[in-house]
Design a protein around this ligand. Structure first.
Ligand code: ADP
Ligand code: ADP
Length: 228
């Protein structure tokens, strides 16, 4: 049965989208957050915003991100702690790209308890590693609204311009082929241990992220229903 979200259906949960770079987390997180009317909290987007604005956090993060390594936990955790204080986070939220280390996950557990949330529900994007290079190097993002496309798999109607607002598309500097290796290595070393961490807590749902966008979204909505 096709899964939909009924109007006024509340999420009231912290959702985590966990998976390697290019697995499709951002694509799904935007849509699931929109369907439930909750914020989409992408630490990658937040950090790129700091870089664009030249804040002191942005200046520290920029060279690290350019090398495909992880930004130190302390910087990311401060940013998240401030963000979930905001009133728009009172009915749940979707984390995309956070947590990325066991230390981040442990701190998040404390933060969620303090805010009256139960342990997060983790959607684990399981994907054929061979697909990742195509997804990452083919990714293009709208400069205006951040909409995500792929020159091979999710192309725009007019080449180089966003279907939604006509904005120009750009390639993230870290999506070049030579930075993909270090990013995948960082995932394997620092983030993949979170799969076992959350599986032990009984809060991890696997989805087959090699499928098409609509199919993956259906699997996610089903997992959320089952967890409620
Ligand atoms: P992707 O999902 O394609 O890997 P992101 O947009 O989530 O990309 O992240 C881009 C970069 O931002 C990462 O390579 C890393 O340098 C930094 N980053 C994002 N989120 C975190 C985090 N939770 N902890 C540490 N670094 C992060
Ligand atoms: P992540 O946030 O995990 O790094 P994105 O959501 O940015 O991943 O997706 C990476 C690339 O793959 C983008 O170019 C996106 O258009 C494309 N993509 C996302 N989901 C799918 C899918 N299910 N099938 C094919 N391509 C996809």
């Amino acid at each position: 049965m096709a899964q939909t979200v009924r109007p006024h259906e509340k999420l009231d949960l912290a959702l985590i989208f966990l998976g390697p770079p290019g697995a499709g987390k951002g694509t799904q997180a935007k849509e699931v957050a929109r369907l439930y009317g909750v914020p989409h909290l992408s630490t990658g987007d937040m950090l790129r915003e700091h870089v664009a604005q030249g804040t002191s956090l942005g200046q520290r993060a920029q060279p690290i991100m350019a090398r495909g390594e992880l930004v130190p936990d302390s910087l990311v955790l401060k940013m998240i702690a401030e963000r979930i204080e905001r009133p728009d986070c009172s009915h749940g939220f979707v984390f995309d790209g956070f947590p990325r280390t066991v230390a981040q996950a442990q701190y998040l557990g404390v933060l969620l308890r303090q805010h009256g949330y139960k342990p997060p529900l983790v959607i684990h994007f399981v994907i054929d590693p061979q697909l990742l290079l195509r997804r990452i190097t083919g990714r293009r993002v709208c400069k205006v609204g951040g909409e995500i496309y792929n020159i091979y798999d999710c192309p725009t109607r007019v080449e180089g311009h966003c279907d939604k607002d006509g904005g120009e598309l750009e390639q993230r500097p870290d999506d070049r082929e030579e930075i993909v290796g270090p990013r995948l290595l960082a995932y394997e070393k620092q983030t993949a241990p979170l799969v076992a961490y959350y599986r032990r807590l009984g809060r991890l749902h696997d989805v087959d992220a090699s499928q098409g966008v609509d199919d993956v979204r259906q699997q996610i909505l089903r997992s959320i229903r089952e967890a409620h």
